[in-house]
Design a protein around this ligand. Structure first.
Ligand code: UDP
Length: 234
């Protein structure tokens, strides 16, 4: 399939991300926060901690416990979603925790917790990846020491074309979905999921495209943080 000439339902080329807007320091009561809009997605993230855990059974002597909660507001999707923590939210919370863990210097804070709340206000495909991007920014905003920023984006397949950052329509009607999160400096992949069917060649092409998308998002994250904390001086 000629990927170059393919134009998507929202007029993007296969290699285009949706427009992204990121902000940090948007909540006054959290230690760190971020807000992200991407296509029809609106996601807000708050970080609390590191805070000492008093109950021994929940604390770890060798480092902080990372607790991440992903939640979709009932009004975030077209068909009102039942409020509360369902199986999907529990699964996504777990995978986001695991995706973020390798980049945080948890060992610096024994017997403490770092809590991350990801609230999806409007969802339009790709919320787990955007949640990771927002959480990474909010952790930096909270000045929690990290080895690297984590960036994330998904790759999909629709009409036999490999595409970057599937929209909700493409997510629902596509042939495959491949969310990726990675640390930019070390190139370590910390999240890789796949639904659907890809050939080996499509998978390799999809991974390369997803890594390209992560790099673009990482540049935006860095630029935002540099602007905020260095007065624009790199
Ligand atoms: N979605 C929905 N209702 C739900 C869960 C998801 O309408 O209860 C929509 C929402 O737009 C979401 C998309 O389906 O972004 C894709 O969901 P998926 O589980 O693939 O996760 P995501 O792509 O958001 O990480």
């Amino acid at each position: 399939m000629n990927n170059e000439k393919y134009i998507r339902e929202d007029e993007r080329t296969p290699e285009d991300l949706r427009d992204i807007r990121m902000e940090i320091d948007v909540l006054s009561n959290a230690n760190g926060s971020a807000y992200i809009e991407c296509g029809g997605n609106k996601i807000i993230v708050g970080v609390y901690g590191p805070r000492e855990i008093h109950q021994k059974k929940y604390s770890k002597n060798y480092g902080a416990v990372l607790r991440c909660k992903y939640n979709m507001a009932p009004f975030s999707v077209k068909q009102r979603k039942k409020s509360g923590y369902d199986r999907r939210a529990a699964e996504i919370s777990k995978l986001i925790t695991e995706a973020l863990k390798p980049c945080i210097l948890l060992e610096k804070y024994p017997r403490s917790s770092i809590d991350i709340s990801i609230e999806v206000l409007e969802a339009s495909g790709g919320t787990r990846c955007l949640g990771i991007v927002g959480a990474s920014l909010a952790l930096a905003d909270a000045e929690i020491p990290m080895k690297d920023l984590i960036s994330a984006c998904a790759v999909g397949k629709i009409d036999d074309h490999i595409i970057l950052d599937p929209s909700e329509y493409e997510d629902n009607n596509g042939q495959a979905d491949l969310p990726i999160a990675m640390m930019q400096r070390s190139k370590n992949i910390t999240l890789l999921q796949m639904d659907g069917k890809l050939t080996h060649e499509e998978f390799i092409r999809g991974m390369n495209l997803g890594m390209k998308g992560c790099k673009i998002i990482n540049d935006m994250q860095r630029e935002l943080l540099i602007k905020k904390y260095n007065g624009g001086i790199e």
